[in-house]
Design a protein around this ligand. Structure first.
Ligand code: PRX
Length: 657
């Protein structure tokens, strides 16, 4: 670049396919033009106020927004209840018989729960919590498998004004204890266990371990009997532990909802940093509910009377909070809730679920899509997927090839794919297409939604109009985190200090000539190769672009000559030879696709990639493996054996080419 300043993150990968909204979607779409964007640009506060008025309020709000950077307060003066908005108002409107959840357990057990039944259960659970001394303003910890009682427990907390703190059921007892202690939870709701890959997995012993020598704030533990006979030895501590079916079932089915203030805490959700103490992300009531309901309706083009919606995330993550529980229920949608893994009893479990319930909208993560690519499309072909209308993606950048595969094989070339960018901290979707409006480009999350301000900036915080940089948010939004529980300074420091006046999300992004946003992964993952700042996402997309590759993870390992060298971990599709010649071909492919600077120094073939429990590739760990360093803390790894495997493969690689 001849003495010019280097770009913040360089822009190598070009994707030129595009898909305008098809007529089938446009015929019935909620929105087919740019009117909402225009309305929101003219006055974003008025726009959000109009969305907030779609909720049911006990008292209307007086102000829309008060903004003392970085602290926002939305819809003050108003009073409402989240569980009332998710349940009572639909039942009162005569929709009590509409299905809220089709639950399918992993062993094949099924339950259909209507809105009226859900309201009933939530009310009983709310009364049970009240009977145990839980009051408005308290916190309740929830540690459960993916069963309806998890959603019921969350809504029961919301009903009585207690904040829930859901801890993903795959986390360890130490993780649970730390989160209970940080939140000073009064009650813990858990289960005897759940089903995973055909096996009963006990959970209660972990809950007990978490409360041994800690978690002193917990006075009672409520235990759902999910495994029953399959967990015969569930120990119950006298005076502390109660069975759900005993304490909940006997309660009256009427439980008046608390009239909460707009800014009252709805929940805490801890994000697990790899090194630092987990952060208790705070979400409050009115703004959160406004934005999750709005985005759920428009991003998925929801028609609640006819759609059957399935978000295949775990409720333990923010995706499940916003798009299995609060968003869909606030909109009166019918959802599928599935307990288990996609390969039990066969690799077509998801497709049989879609066929059975005639799912119309599917929302899942790129990691799942790439796994299905690896397994091969034959598992889908025997199933009727013609009910599907809209497909969504979340959690990681989706490589263009995975996007196209998703559209082609799952969507049968008819369904738009909406790639949705957001975070635990943002609470709701921020950057995403709208199915009836946006021309899609595979791998791009396209544009900020109406009302959202997003810009890509360079190192100095200057907006970039084309090319790569840091993704920042330029104005407050209703579902934004209100802080980190108990640590306001850390909130300001973590999110608002890198670029003054802007929220910095930690992600890199680039803008193309048409102003489309392309997410480039975490900026910590950007590699520096001979002074070029290369995004891992772009090299991964170039690899997945090769027809033999299902999944790729790319890291920069320290290199004496180039600063960092690109090391690629690659999973090939079934039946492809993973040998040296093929590695050479992939290196060449990357060089041709995006340029010689991005040619990986080494390709390491692997059956599987190490992932966090929410399915994100652990690049930090792969970097350590590549550099032959100690592995450090790998407790959030999905499968420990992968690390060993990767370590031995890395050791076989020549240090230099
Ligand atoms: O790096 C981005 C990535 O996931 C991060 C947020 O993770 P979490 O708080 O666990 O929430 C996940 C579910 C919203 C982001 O900072 N990410 C999420 N969605 C996308 C994404 N990266 C690229 N494209 C996306 N669509």
């Amino acid at each position: 670049m001849d003495g010019d300043e280097r770009a913040t993150i360089e822009d190598f990968f070009a994707e030129d396919r595009s898909f305008p909204p098809d007529d089938r979607i446009r015929e019935s779409a909620l929105l087919t033009d740019a009117s909402l964007y225009e309305e929101a640009e003219a006055d974003f506060e008025a726009f959000w106020a109009a969305q907030a008025r779609q909720l049911s309020w006990f008292e209307p709000f007086e102000t829309v927004l008060s903004w003392e950077l970085p602290f926002a307060r939305w819809f003050e003066g108003g009073r409402l209840n989240a569980s009332y908005n998710c349940l009572d108002r639909h039942v009162e409107a005569g929709l009590g018989d509409r299905v809220a959840y089709y639950f399918e357990g992993e062993p094949g057990d099924r339950r259909t729960i209507t809105y009226a039944e859900l309201l009933d259960e939530v009310s009983r659970c709310g009364n049970a919590l009240r009977s145990l001394g839980v009051e408005r303003g308290d916190r309740v910890a929830i540690y459960m498998p993916m069963i309806p009682e998890l959603a019921i427990a969350m809504l029961a907390c919301a009903r009585i004004g207690a904040a829930h703190s859901v801890v993903f059921g795959g986390f360890s007892s130490e993780a649970l204890r730390g989160r209970i202690e940080d939140a000073e939870a009064k009650v813990l709701i858990t289960a005897d266990g759940g089903w995973r890959r055909g096996q009963p997995v006990a959970l209660k012993p972990n809950a007990d371990a978490a409360l041994e020598g800690g978690g002193a704030s917990v006075a009672h533990v409520i235990v759902v009997r999910r495994l029953g006979e399959a967990a015969p030895d569930t120990a119950m501590k006298e005076g502390r532990d109660l069975w759900w079916h005993e304490v909940v079932a006997d309660q009256p089915a009427h439980c008046p909802p608390e009239a909460m203030e707009s800014e009252d805490l709805l929940y805490l959700l801890y994000t697990s940093g790899t090194t630092a103490r987990p952060k208790g992300i705070m979400h409050t009531t009115a703004g959160y509910l406004t934005q999750v309901a709005f985005t759920h309706r428009y991003v998925f083009d929801l028609h609640p009377e006819t759609d059957v919606y399935w978000c295949a995330a775990d409720i333990g993550w923010v995706t499940g909070h916003s798009y299995i529980v609060y968003g869909p229920l606030a909109n009166g949608a019918t959802s599928v809730l599935y307990e288990g893994t996609p390969d039990h009893p066969g690799r077509d479990r998801w497709w049989s679920i879609i066929e059975r319930y005639k799912v119309t909208i599917l929302y899942c993560a790129p990691t799942a899509i790439r796994t299905f690519m690896k397994w091969g499309s034959e598992h889908l072909e025997a199933h009727d997927l013609s009910s599907l209308r809209v497909l969504g993606s979340v959690g990681e950048p989706i490589n263009p090839e995975a996007w196209v595969w998703y559209r082609q094989h799952v969507g049968r070339d008819r369904c738009p794919v909406v790639d949705t960018w957001w975070q635990t901290e943002t609470g709701a979707i921020m950057i995403s297409p709208l199915p009836g409006v946006t021309t899609l480009k595979p791998g791009s999350a396209t544009f900020p939604l109406p009302g959202i301000g997003a810009e890509v900036v360079d190192d100095a915080g200057r907006p970039v109009s084309r090319g790569g940089g840091y993704l920042t948010l330029t104005r407050p939004w209703p579902a934004m985190l209100r802080g980190i529980y108990g640590d306001p300074e850390r909130y300001t420091e973590t999110y608002w200090s890198r670029f003054p006046g802007r929220y910095f999300a930690g992600d890199g992004a680039k803008l193309d000539d048409d102003g489309y946003f392309w997410l480039l992964g975490r900026v910590d993952d950007v590699m520096n190769v001979s002074g070029h700042r290369v995004s891992t996402t772009e090299v991964e997309s170039a690899l997945v672009d090769h027809p033999s590759v299902a999944e790729a993870a790319v890291v920069g390992a320290t290199d004496a000559t180039t600063g960092q060298a690109i090391i690629a971990y690659v999973t090939v599709k079934a039946g492809v030879a993973a040998d040296g010649a093929h590695g050479e071909e992939l290196r060449r492919h990357v060089a041709t696709r995006i340029g010689p600077i991005a040619r990986p120094r080494a390709i390491i073939f692997t059956e599987d990639l190490p992932k966090t429990r929410s399915g994100k590739i652990m690049r930090r760990l792969l970097r350590d493996v590549a550099e032959g360093r100690d592995l450090g803390d790998t407790t959030t790894l999905a499968d420990q054996s992968v690390v060993e495997e990767l370590r031995s493969r890395a050791a076989e690689q020549p240090a230099e080419e």
